[in-house]
Design a protein around this ligand. Structure first.
Ligand code: AMP
Ligand code: MN
Ligand code: MN
Length: 321
C-alpha cells in the first residue's frame, strides 16, 4: 500500500473534510494538517471545509480560510477526511468526497466503516490529532500546526483525563508543548471558558437531570422549546455530558437534545463497564468505548427506553445489577 506521503505527492490540490458539528479534535486535526502541508508540501493547494465551529477555535492559524459552505463546485485530486467514522458524518460536504480522484480517511474511531479508498484508523489513539502526529515528520511541525494538534488532543481527552489518554498521548503532547505553544491559554480559552448562555444551559441540564436504574444511569434532555428559549446552539452543549458522567455512583450518562420534531441527538458516556460505542453503533451511530453518539427517533421516553435495554443487558452481564 502506498504511504500517505506518496498519495500526497501525486496530488495538485486537496480538500480536507471533518465531521458534522465539528468538535475540538475535528477542527484541530483539519487545521493541523493544513498548516503542516503548507510547510511541507507548498505545491499542494489545500482547502478545508467544515461546518461553523465554536468561536473559541478561531485563533488557530487558517481558521478564517475554512469554507463553511459546500457550494463552490470545486473538484479535487484528493479528499482527506479526518475524525469522521462514516460517510454520513460528512454532511453537506459529501460531494467533495464523491467527486475526488482519490480518498483517504485518517481517524481513531473503532466504529470507522472504512468508507474511503485508503483508511488509516488507530483506535488506541486518543484523538485524530494524535494519529496525525504519528504520520508527520516532527521537525516539520511548526508552532501553528502544534497548537492545532495540541488543542485536538486536549478536547478528545477532556484535558488528558479520559481513559483514552495513554503515556504516548502525554509524550506527544509534551513534544507539541516544546514547539513553544501557549498551552495554558489553549486549554482555558477553548475548553474551560464558558459563555453565560452555556453556563445557564449546563445549570438547567443538571437541575433537570434524572437518575435511574438504581443510580447507575443519569440522563438529561433538551426539547426544542427549551433550546429556543435560550437561543441555544448545539455547540453550547459541550461539557454537559461530562458533568453528568462524574455524578457519584453513575456508570452511564446520557444527554439528549431534540434536532427535529421527535428526533434526538444522543450522547453517551460510561465510566468503567458499559461499551457505549456498541449501543451507538446498534442505533446507527458510532464512537468509542467510553464516548459515543447517535441520532434516534421518538419521544425522550422512547429513546431512553430503547437505550436502557442495552445498558441494562451489559450491566447484568457484568454482574453489577
Ligand atoms: P458526542 O457525544 O457527540 O460528543 O460524541 C462522542 C463520540 O462519538 C465522538 O467521538 C463522536 O465522533 C462519536 N459520535 C457521536 N455521534 C455519532 C454518530 N451519529 N455517528 C458516529 N459517531 C458519532
Ligand atoms: Mn470528533
Ligand atoms: Mn476525535
Amino acid at each position: 500500500m502506498e504511504t500517505i506521503k506518496e498519495i500526497l505527492m501525486q496530488a495538485e490540490n486537496a480538500a480536507i473534510l471533518g465531521h458534522i458539528r465539528p468538535d475540538g479534535d475535528c477542527v484541530g486535526s483539519c487545521l493541523g494538517l493544513k498548516n503542516y502541508l503548507a510547510a511541507t508540501a507548498p505545491q499542494l493547494k489545500v482547502q478545508v471545509y467544515l461546518e461553523e465551529f465554536p468561536e473559541a477555535f478561531r485563533f488557530l492559524k487558517g481558521a478564517d480560510e475554512v469554507s463553511h459552505e459546500p457550494e463552490d463546485g470545486n473538484v479535487y485530486d484528493l479528499c482527506i477526511v479526518l475524525d469522521a467514522s462514516d460517510r454520513e458524518r460528512l454532511g453537506a460536504f459529501d460531494g467533495y468526497f464523491a467527486h475526488a480522484g482519490r480518498t483517504v480517511c485518517i481517524d481513531h474511531h473503532i466504529t470507522n466503516t472504512g468508507f474511503a479508498q485508503t483508511t488509516h484508523v488507530c483506535p488506541e489513539r486518543s484523538a485524530t490529532s494524535e494519529v496525525l502526529f504519528t504520520l508527520m515528520e516532527e521537525d516539520a511541525i511548526d508552532e501553528a500546526a502544534a497548537e492545532c494538534l495540541y488543542m485536538g488532543i486536549v478536547h478528545d481527552t477532556g484535558v488528558f483525563k479520559h481513559s483514552n489518554t495513554s503515556g504516548e498521548t502525554m509524550r506527544i503532547a509534551g513534544r507539541l508543548m516544546e514547539k513553544g505553544i501557549p498551552f495554558s491559554r489553549i486549554i482555558d480559552s477553548t475548553f474551560y471558558e464558558k459563555t453565560y448562555r452555556q453556563n445557564q444551559l449546563l445549570g438547567r441540564a443538571l437541575m433537570e437531570s434524572v437518575l435511574f436504574m438504581n443510580g447507575f444511569c443519569i440522563f438529561s434532555a433538551f426539547r426544542q422549546k427549551t433550546m429556543e428559549f435560550y437561543q441555544a446552539d448545539p455547540k453550547d452543549f459541550d461539557g454537559i455530558i461530562d458533568q453528568l458522567r462524574v455524578t457519584k455512583g453513575v456508570e452511564c450518562a446520557i444527554f439528549l437534545y431534540e434536532t427535529a420534531s421527535s428526533e434526538y441527538k444522543v450522547s453517551m458516556r460510561s465510566n468503567k463497564i458499559v461499551d457505549v460505542s456498541k449501543i451507538a453503533a446498534y442505533f446507527g451511530g458510532g464512537g468509542h468505548v467510553r464516548a459515543a453518539g447517535c441520532t434516534m427517533a421518538g419521544s425522550v421516553y422512547d429513546v431512553l427506553n430503547n437505550l436502557s435495554r442495552h445498558i441494562e443487558a451489559q450491566l447484568l452481564e457484568a454482574g453489577v445489577l
